[in-house]
Ligand binder design. Sequence first.
Ligand SMILES: Cc1ncc(COP(=O)(O)O)c(C=O)c1O
Ligand SMILES: N[C@@H](CCOP(=O)(O)O)C(=O)O
Length: 514
Amino acid sequence: MASSSLFQSPSFSLKPQKPISPPSTRPHFTTTIKCSSSSSAAKCRDNIRDDAHRHNTTHTHHFSAKYVPFNSPADDTSSESYSLDEVVYRSQSGGLLDVQHGMAALKNYDGKYWRDLFDSRVGKPTWPYSSRVWSKKEWVLPEIDSDDIVSAFEGNSNLFWAERYGKTVLGMNELWVKHCGISHTGSFKDLGMTVLISQVNRLRKMNRPVVGVGCASTGDTSAALSAYCASAGIPSIVFLPANKISMAQLVQPIANGAFVLSIDTDFDGCMNLIREVTAELPIYLANSLNSLRLEGQKTAAIEILQQFDWQVPDWVIVPGGNLGNIYAFYKGFHMCKELGLVDKIPRLVCAQAANANPLYLHYKSGWDEEFKPVKANTTFASAIQIGDPVSIDRAVYALKKSDGIVEEATEEELMDAMAQADSTGMFICPHTGVALAALIKLRNKGVIGPTERTVVVSTAHGLKFTQAKIDYHSKEIPDLACRFANPPVQVRADFGSVMDVLKKYLSKSEAPKH
Ligand SMILES: Cc1ncc(COP(=O)(O)O)c(C=O)c1O
Ligand SMILES: N[C@@H](CCOP(=O)(O)O)C(=O)O
């Protein structure tokens, strides 16, 4: 992408680095709670993990979960299944797997029980339930010992009422943005990675031969993987497509001590390589091909319902790349319906960049033709520059079951949507721009109505993608008008010059409307 002359950026070499040693064993994230002077010695707590141990707050009622081939009938005991303690990513037929929960045991408790239980855990410094992923532990990894959990108290992300953007740009009263990128490593990947790395931690304590954890990445999975591994003292290995991820994303695994391979290919090439490598070496695969990740990511859907006090929104729009997340959202909503917490699920929209739109093309064919991967072209939404998504079957299933829609956004549409949203007080990533651009199209077509409650899922923090914003506001992007660019004004350092530009600016700006 174009670089800017208006903004000065610090120099940082993208040259491949010397191999970095894996991090040594370090303590996990813990929060120390000091004893008040009046508390008795018996009540005095070292940390919340020890406290949970003492009070056995991690009791899980013997719920269970296992891997089954994706789209297996629920509670089918006759067919292929695997313990979550096995290292397995594919079914015997080579298809995807899914984590299947023992629904009969979960159904012994009604919807109110689950709503009250989940609500009761919000905002308490209790291990591991302070994490909004682990506050749903019974529905995520019911059998893991809480001592094995590696958590940064993920989830609890802002569900933001986008009042001004909704009203002025879309004529909507009920536009909400779920800021999943306001999180430990700046993307929704933390939700899945806490689950996957906790399970790896458990496997390593069981002396299973897992020497490290690896992924291919467009920048966010690698950031989450390296942070959670570093926290648990587990080596991490990341395969990155050279020069295709942002500087802020690149520096994350470097800083967290991952072994970073910068490979001269695209994401799909990296994905093929990590699959081959993890089939040969005892390196555990951390991409969403591994269905454990989606167990954490599905809690974002449950959290949205909880934040709406268990009212169901009409629409949820999710930007899609490797296509695990759209299924994770479906699964979270569907479990809430099946277990009686709510009585319906929202319609889902998957939003793709037009430069990397294999799902959109498949949808436009009426799902009829066989899915064809594409060669993904460069897009400012670089984290979804993916042409051969591993979770295509999961995504199609989720969209069919939720009466869903797929929309696409051109570079101009996604960058304008991002810039316009930023101008109303957000600071979103280009992928969220893709989702907002999809929403604009669906509003213009009358598919989404003005009063329908709509949630746009913001998947990463805007601060990871500052170069894209700099390029836009510098108006340095070929073929883009950059309609909402707001470049800084160069002015001489004297009072008269400053007053001149200020008067010009103020004469153009509108008086506030009351
Ligand atoms: C910021 C961001 N948004 C959206 C996505 C798409 O998620 P998924 O691959 O699960 O479709 C990704 C990763 O692919 C991402 O990093
Ligand atoms: N955007 C992702 C791409 C890989 O997706 P995953 O969910 O399969 O790990 C990234 O940040 O790497």
